[in-house]
Write a protein that binds this ligand. Structure first.
Ligand code: SF4
Ligand code: SF4
Length: 441
């Protein structure tokens, strides 16, 4: 039987072989962390600590400054050196709480296992998730408690856990499924309870047969949870594409998964939710895939949030002289970084270091109207037309052609024989439209 999928998409080089067989290793305690106040979509957190203050690992050091915001916790124990402007992997520059380690790794005493966690009421579960500072670990970093609080008129009937990890090179979710399958399933059951949902699906691409087997074993006692296998195709892990492939439901233009009765969460986020609800454990660490031909020893590493890329890459044997480009995330949706002096944030799924020759960006040629970008666009957009409209600052027409539905997957740019900077142009257009909307109030 043909496996379920979506229309469009591309097949870039997978690059998973660098790290897919590497078990997660714990990074030795860093000497210093710089924990940014903005690590999630929404309002930045507000610092609760001051220079000179001693903190423990797991201690809340910044509070949420609104409903669409999350608190931040220290990932090490030590002394606050100050609140400083540091490099930020997403915004370029931002405020961070800088903490120097005491070399002890002392944790708050509140982290403890509660046997009956599944008997807690949904409100208490949600409260613990909110207090733990969890934001989508797949890279989107949307506050998880907000996603789990749909308005009463949106009836959710299915939760999908996203284990596709379709972005090339990244293997953090793959390893989490192999090494922490039961915790992930426990997280899924918590989400299903919060949303009062009877159907749970775990979606995995068929390039991870070992993870499929392990997850199938982990769900065998739960009749309402199934593992779905999807063919390898980028961007299979995008929310709307996963919903289409799993349930044949189409999220409407401008809509959200909840409009078709679905909530999608990443497998790593589910594990973090389990730890928050069952252990009162805040989100202080994440698994980062450190990979690429220019890394000496590619690995999957459990990293305290706020650790500099430099320290994480040093643990992986450092960079080769042939290094040409540093990316946070994968090659399709990742963000290029000027150097390794940037901290790991909640959305850092990977640190990819490409060799000089791989990083070379060919010159743009004129569009030859081949239509390939249109064929591969998973959102059924007209990438070349949208790019031209943005170039001409015709944002009204671009909006009419649904530019805001672009998920910035980069499939159009990847396939274009003329190397048109399609996704870059579209991203710029979306930013201009959002700025104009904000100004108009
Ligand atoms: S237009 Fe947007 S959604 Fe479509 S392929 Fe390009 S980046 Fe992806
Ligand atoms: S893929 Fe490139 S060359 Fe082909 S139509 Fe799209 S923009 Fe033009």
């Amino acid at each position: 039987m043909a496996k379920k999928t979506f229309v469009g998409g591309v097949h870039p080089y997978e690059g998973k072989e660098f790290t897919e067989k590497k078990a997660i290793e714990k990074l030795p305690l860093p000497q210093r962390v710089a924990i940014p106040l903005q690590q999630h979509i929404g309002a930045p957190a507000k610092a609760l600590v001051e220079k000179g203050q001693e903190v423990k690992a797991g201690e809340k050091i910044a509070e949420a400054s609104g409903f669409v915001s999350v608190p931040i916790h220290s990932s090490i124990s030590g002394k606050v050196k100050g609140i400083e402007k540091v490099n930020h992997p997403v915004s370029g520059r931002g405020e961070a709480i800088v903490i120097e380690s005491d070399g002890e790794d002392n944790w708050v005493e509140t982290i403890r296992f509660e046997e009956n966690y599944l008997e807690l009421d949904s409100k208490e579960m949600l409260e613990r998730i909110k207090d733990a500072g969890i934001a989508g670990l797949g890279g989107a970093t949307f506050p998880t408690h907000v996603k789990l609080s749909p308005p009463p008129d949106k009836k959710i009937d299915t939760v999908i856990l996203n284990g596709a990890e379709c972005e090339p090179y990244l293997t953090a979710d793959h390893r989490l499924m192999l090494e922490h399958a039961d915790d992930i399933v426990a997280g899924l059951r918590i989400i299903m309870k919060i949303l009062n949902v009877q159907q749970g699906i775990i979606g995995i691409e068929d390039n991870k047969p070992d993870a499929i087997e392990v997850m199938r074993k982990a769900v065998k006692d739960f009749n309402n949870i199934q593992v779905y296998v999807f063919p390898v195709k980028y961007p299979q892990g995008a929310e709307k594409q996963m919903i289409k492939a799993a349930l044949n439901r189409e999220v409407p233009s401008g809509g959200l998964p909840m409009d078709v009765g679905v909530v999608v969460q990443n497998v790593g986020t589910a594990k973090a939710m389990y730890e928050a609800v069952a252990y009162h454990k805040p989100l202080t660490h994440r698994v980062v895939t450190v990979t690429g031909a220019a890394v000496n020893e590619p690995k999957n590493v459990l990293v305290p949030i706020g650790t500099m890329f430099e320290d994480v890459v040093a643990f992986c044997g450092g960079m080769k002289e042939s290094a040409g480009k540093i990316v946070m995330g994968g090659p399709m949706m990742g963000l290029a970084q000027p150097n390794l002096q940037v901290p790991v944030v909640k959305g850092t799924s990977g640190i990819l270091i490409l060799e000089e020759h791989e990083a070379h960006v060919p010159a743009e040629d004129p569009c030859i109207a081949c239509g390939r970008c249109v064929e591969v666009c998973p959102m059924h957009l007209l990438p070349t037309t949208l790019q031209i409209l943005v170039e001409h600052e015709n944002y009204t027409e671009a909006e009419r052609l649904h530019i805001m539905d672009c998920i910035e997957c980069g499939s159009c740019s990847y396939i274009c024989p003329s190397n048109r900077r399609l996704v870059q142009g579209i991203r710029l257009g979306k930013r201009k439209i959002l700025e104009a909307r904000r100004k108009a109030g």
